[in-house]
Design a protein around this ligand. Structure first.
Ligand SMILES: C[S@@+](CC[C@H](N)C(=O)[O-])C[C@H]1O[C@@H](n2cnc3c(N)ncnc32)[C@H](O)[C@@H]1O
Length: 302
């Protein structure tokens, strides 16, 4: 099991980690949970939800009493902070910093972990496929990223590209949504990473030759059959300038996945499975995965 602090730092879905929180009802364990919450730097709203789960369970089970520190912390969180007050009146952006730690590296990404679509786009939260791709690069010995040129397509929050940059590659993170690109720039500089950010919309006119000899990476970009032709088009052009690709895709629908494989094969793209992540099976020693369908890591080449 991932350390509590890491679950909270990543703002793991409260409903999914409820059984874990309920293991901390004894008085000494309540303090342990509180300290993990403080150390995680999770936002107030998240801390409040976790404490509510614990307090409700303690009160109904009658096994232990809530310790003073738990009660005072929870009571303090019932008073909205200045910034929460502002948010309820503006309500534009519910992003909070989410922390991802692996080895000596800490990545901070401002996102709303539980929003699927924000401002009309899908690039404002880190998807499980990006976590899987990041985990794959951290764990595998089959890919040496040191000094490797990496191009990320559809980067969104940039998680996968930030992992490759942290592991020593020269990474260019790209996305077709200008607002996502603006955020990516901020995230990269906040994390003090050496990486480039560019707007790159897939299609026949996208300039790609300067990305020759790169490892192309992409996470969760195969969710809609309508975007397959554009993605396969840019991918085919990159593969023909001596790139190879490693992508992660969440298999939400077998037919959609099958359609991608068929369209890739029609363009003579060879697809090789590298790994499968099953979120219900503690798939990573570094990151928490929300429950959901399996994720395939694929190598794509000519
Ligand atoms: C589901 S999000 C995945 C984001 C990120 N890779 C992750 O897994 O967390 C898909 C991303 O692809 C980008 N995208 C979709 N269509 C695109 C296109 N035609 N050209 C460039 N980027 C595109 C979106 O802006 C979005 O950031």
């Amino acid at each position: 099991m991932l350390p509590l602090e890491q679950l909270f730092a990543q703002q793991a879905q409260v409903a999914s980690i409820r059984p874990i929180v309920l293991m901390y009802q004894a008085e000494s364990q309540q303090k342990e949970l509180l300290h993990a919450l403080f150390a995680s730097k999770a936002p107030r709203s998240y801390v409040r939800q976790i404490l509510r789960v614990l307090l409700t369970a303690i009160e109904s089970a009658d096994i232990a009493d809530p310790v003073e520190e738990l009660i005072t912390t929870y009571a303090g969180l019932m008073v909205p902070s200045d910034s929460e007050g502002e948010k309820t009146s503006i309500r534009s952006d519910e992003s909070t910093p989410v922390y991802y730690r692996f080895g000596q590296h800490l990545l901070t990404v401002n996102e709303n972990r539980h929003t699927l679509v924000q401002f009309g786009g899908t690039g404002y939260r880190t998807w499980e496929a990006a976590l899987a791709l990041g985990d794959y690069f951290i764990s595998t010995t089959a890919v040496d990223l040191k000094n490797q040129r990496v191009l990320e397509l559809g980067a969104g929050t940039g998680f996968a590209g930030m992992v490759t940059a942290s592991l020593g590659s020269h990474t260019v993170l790209t996305d077709g949504d200008p607002a996502v690109v603006e955020r990516l720039n901020k995230t990269i500089s906040f994390n003090n990473l050496t990486a480039d950010v560019q707007e790159l919309y897939w299609g026949p006119d996208a300039a790609v030759d300067h990305f020759a000899n790169s490892l192309v990476i992409a996470a969760d970009v195969l969710y809609d059959v309508d975007i397959f032709p554009a993605f396969i088009c840019i991918l085919r052009r990159l593969l023909s300038v001596n790139c190879e690709a490693i992508i992660a895709t969440t298999v939400r629908n077998e037919d959609t996945f099958g359609e991608f494989l068929a369209q890739a094969a029609a363009q003579e793209i060879v697809v090789q499975p590298l790994a499968t992540y099953d979120p219900s099976d503690e798939p990573s020693e570094f990151f928490w995965f929300a429950p959901g369908p399996r994720i395939e890591i694929l190598r794509l080449g000519l």
